[in-house]
Design a binder for this molecule. Structure first.
Ligand SMILES: [Zn+2]
Ligand SMILES: [Zn+2]
Length: 226
């Protein structure tokens, strides 16, 4: 950890994945997917972009042959085939620690394509999934706050940003328990993320909250992912 050498990283990648080729700031080629017993399954044509902020920015991977249908359900973003290998919050948390291209391939790219093979065969995901895009943001916060109540989530994030977390007082959620025994763990989850990520999500959740309150006014307002 803390020791990142991009040249060493890329030379390891090219050794372990000889069907990839480095052109400028991206790797192009084929990733072969094997099962746990080293039996060959299938291959995907990819482009893996090495981010400018390496290793503290999450890399991106594209499926370039158009094998995976470009639909939300398959976690592909657009015609280019930008793969949604995990939710934005996890990407943020993982990048904060620093992520090599080799780790990115092993931890995210290969599981993503292995899951796509499973989906092709079974019409569903093996281990459940996060909803794609903006719906996935809400789902992520629903899970870490253990509530469907957006107002409560916003309140919790407010407290986090203000640094006014009081572990020995009653929890902000209205539960009779002390915060320490209630939503403290939610703050530990928030701490793993960058302020920028939480802030972007907060803005989205605020708009969503308004939209739900004034459904008629905001009826034609469509949020767009940047
Ligand atoms: Zn997705
Ligand atoms: Zn609570």
């Amino acid at each position: 950890m803390g020791n990142f050498d991009i040249d060493e990283d890329l030379s390891l990648v090219l050794t372990k994945f000889p069907k990839l080729e480095l052109i400028n700031d991206a790797l192009f080629g084929v990733i072969d997917i094997f099962d746990n017993n080293d039996n060959y399954y299938s291959s995907y044509e990819v482009k893996i972009v090495i981010p400018k902020g390496y290793p503290y920015v999450f890399p991106s991977v594209y499926e370039t042959a158009g094998r995976i249908p470009r639909i939300d359900n398959r976690h592909i973003n657009d015609d280019e085939g930008d793969c949604c290998v995990c939710v934005l919050q996890e990407a943020d948390i993982r990048a904060k620690r620093g992520i090599t291209i080799l780790n990115f391939i092993n931890e995210y790219v290969i599981p993503f394509f292995a899951n796509q093979i499973y989906y092709e065969a079974n019409g569903k995901w093996a281990n459940g999934e996060y909803k794609h895009g903006l719906a996935g943001i809400l789902q992520y916060y629903n899970e870490i706050f253990n509530t469907q109540d957006i107002k409560l989530i916003l309140k919790g994030i407010d407290i986090y940003f203000k640094g006014s977390i009081k572990p020995y007082e009653k929890c902000f959620c209205g539960n009779d328990k002390k915060l320490k025994r209630c939503h403290q763990k939610t703050f530990f989850e928030l701490e793993k993320m960058s302020k920028k990520r939480i802030n972007d999500d907060y803005i989205y959740l605020s708009l969503l909250n308004l939209k739900m309150k004034n459904n008629s006014i905001f009826h034609h307002y469509h949020l767009q992912m940047k």
